[in-house]
Design a protein around this ligand. Structure first.
Ligand code: SAH
Length: 341
């Protein structure tokens, strides 16, 4: 039986109409699932018994089993969840001044093979279903007892390699009768799958886009990110321009600083030239070292110099503070240590 958390409003409408019910049952269902967060269909009070019986016949609610829940000194929390098929995924909750933000995982493993990343050390076993992403939000909110106001799709996996399910997930968490997470509070991060960036630009919701660039030219990027051979930097910049024209929204450029690889002043200058005139915001991220990988974090003074150079060249930039590194929950540290392979 299928979980009802896989269903967007449109899918629920279709379902209810096929049952001879009116389409208003769809928003009603959403309210019960995400506003009241029912744990059994029997808790629904504004539907006839026979209608509820139909729901029970056709759907499960489903849950994720929380295997471990760790708390960092800085307030970051990490959850290890077990899926129905036994696979394990990680989800991170961050406390920011503006609210609570969840970092969502989209795949079991990842196929992108970015050389510096821990997650890609496990090959992708499968896409997460929509419900498994929705449940990450519901479960974290419940277990930590918080209201989730922001979502970043930056956990394990490449969201644009699981596009359909991610889009359904975004529609569900954004629904005004449900979790009501504002589109402007949602960011999807991609390693640069160009056709999907274009498709995403045409998507109705005004959700944010982040690009993991990490290099100012193809030579360095090819070394770090094999996906660059399929979609080189010029193509990515073209796609970013398309997204900005289409949505009028600023794009976040993520750039990890790796010692001796991409952290020189020449790199900063080349990056500034590449991004010149584009409505982007550069997030400089200190590299988190990964056991078994040869890369090291840049020296503090090199990070500052890189930052200053971009500033001088009038690029919007911030040097990000890391969170949760003491519980392996910082950027790129998620790795599902216990994942079956
Ligand atoms: N596949 C998507 C989202 C998941 S990765 C993407 O590539 O954007 C989330 C971010 O963490 C990406 O920018 C990724 O490049 C970065 N990252 C991966 N490993 C890291 C590490 N060891 N230290 C810092 N950031 C890392």
């Amino acid at each position: 039986m299928e979980s009802i958390y896989n269903y967007t409003e449109d899918m629920l409408k279709e379902y209810w109409i096929s049952k001879g019910e009116k389409s208003f049952r769809a928003p009603q269902t959403i309210e019960w699932l995400y506003r009241h967060q029912i744990t059994s269909f029997d808790e629904i009070t504004n539907m006839k018994k026979t209608v509820i019986e139909e729901l029970k016949k056709d759907f499960t609610l489903g849950t994720l089993e929380c295997v471990t829940h760790q708390k960092s000194k800085d307030g970051t929390q990490k959850f290890l969840f077990q899926l129905e098929d036994g696979n394990l995924i990680e989800t991170v909750l961050m406390h920011q001044e503006y609210g609570y933000s969840v970092c969502v995982t989209t795949e079991v493993g990842c196929n992108m093979d970015c050389q510096f990343c821990a997650s890609g050390m496990k090959k992708k076993l499968r896409n997460l279903e929509t419900k498994e992403m929705v449940l990450q939000i519901l479960m974290v909110a419940k277990l930590a007892n918080v209201r989730v106001s922001h979502v970043v799709v930056m956990g394990i996996g490449e969201p644009f390699d699981n596009y359909e399910n991610v889009i359904s997930f975004l529609k569900i968490i954004n629904h005004p009768l449900g979790l009501e997470i504002g589109a402007r509070h949602i960011t999807v991060s991609t390693c640069g799958i160009v056709p999907k960036i274009i498709e995403y630009s045409d998507f109705d919701l005004q959700v944010n886009l982040a690009i993991s660039l990490h290099a100012p030219n193809n030579k360095i990027r090819n070394q770090l990110m094999p996906i660059n051979k399929a979609y080189p930097i010029e193509e990515i910049i073209k796609a970013i321009r398309y997204y900005i024209n289409k949505t009028n929204r600023r794009v976040t450029i993520e750039y990890i600083l790796i010692k001796g690889i991409n952290d020189s002043i020449e790199c900063a200058d080349e990056l500034a030239t590449l991004l010149h005139g584009l409505n982007v915001y550069v997030n400089l991220i200190p590299y988190n070292e990964v056991v078994g990988k040869p890369y090291e974090r840049s020296k503090k003074e090199d990070m500052v110099a890189f930052f200053d150079w971009l500033k001088k060249r009038r690029i919007n930039v911030q040097l990000r503070k890391e969170q949760g590194s003491d519980i392996d929950a910082a950027c790129g540290q998620l790795r599902s240590k216990h994942m079956k392979s």
